[in-house]
Design a protein around this ligand. Structure first.
Ligand code: DGL
Length: 271
């Protein structure tokens, strides 16, 4: 008997294990959904890569996720959402639905902050692509977006520097940039930043709303599945976690991003 489409997994991919913050938010919101997670650790970080390189990786990853029968492919990486969403959507066609982590945040901004000034921090790829700015401008709601690339933050968090004085100084240096003056809310436009949300909130002392994209995306995935009759009503099977390059330290770091250690399977992309 053919498998019920609703029981098929949600494919999630990221440049590495940072996207597990998004996967974790989805597991919390949708415990009955099975996940197939792919972290492209062989090509990490995406934030400094060219658009063409990220697009090539994304297509290869989608081949794997389609072989795993994913009903939805969520690009859980801001840099890849900025560089490859349109291409991936075209490539995947009708085989699966494709979601990214930028559109839900832009929708939330439109609903909550018309005529206000909003900040964005993320990798160089995300900020320099101007994708957030274009999408916010398309809303035509009088929203001003001020953005600042913060490339040290992801590496800093991966090395375990958060909730300490080193991260405090780096966060302070970035957020005091004149380019972010006058914002009323700040989009955390990178998979890693939920881990420093508290520190960023402390920096602003309640004057700025700090928006955790992983929570917004999880709520969006939930309503998308419901609206498209794709929501599973029971968890069938186990989640799977793949990486394109395996080291023990990646597996150990899953605890930071997923709140528990998970077993990573090595799946080289080019073999
Ligand atoms: N996952 C990336 C993002 O959300 C951050 C890490 C990287 O540069 O690959 O932009």
């Amino acid at each position: 008997m053919a498998q019920d489409k609703r029981e098929k997994p949600i494919g999630i991919f990221d440049s590495g294990i940072g996207g597990l913050t998004v996967a974790q938010a989805i597991v919390q919101a949708l415990p009955q959904e099975r996940l197939v997670y792919f972290g492209d650790t062989a090509h990490l970080p995406y934030g400094d890569k060219s658009t063409a390189a990220i697009q090539a990786y994304a297509v290869k990853i989608c081949d794997l996720l389609l072989r795993q029968q994913c009903k939805v492919i969520l690009i859980a990486c801001n840099s890849a959402s900025a560089a490859a969403y349109e291409l991936v959507k075209e490539y995947v066609g009708s085989k699966a639905r494709v979601l990214n982590v930028i559109d839900p945040v832009v929708k939330h901004i439109g609903e909550t902050y018309p005529n206000r000034t909003i900040g964005l921090i993320g990798t160089k790829q995300t900020v320099n692509s101007n994708v957030y700015r274009k999408k916010v401008d398309e809303l035509d709601l009088g929203i001003t977006l001020k953005s600042h690339a913060t490339p040290l933050l992801a590496a800093m968090i991966e090395e375990g520097f958060f909730n300490d004085t080193i991260s405090e100084s780096v966060i302070h240096a970035y957020l005091s940039d004149p380019g972010l003056v006058g914002i009323e809310a700040l989009i955390l436009g990178c998979t890693h930043y939920p881990l420093i949300k508290k520190q960023i909130e402390n920096y602003y002392q309640g004057q700025v709303d700090v928006l955790d994209a992983s929570q917004i995306v999880a709520r969006h995935v939930q309503s998308f599945l419901e609206a498209n009759s794709l929501a599973s009503d029971k968890l069938v099977g186990d989640h799977s976690f793949y990486v394109s390059d395996f080291t023990q330290s990646f597996e150990e770091s899953t605890r930071i991003f997923f709140q528990r250690e998970v077993h990573l399977e090595h799946y080289p992309l080019w073999e």
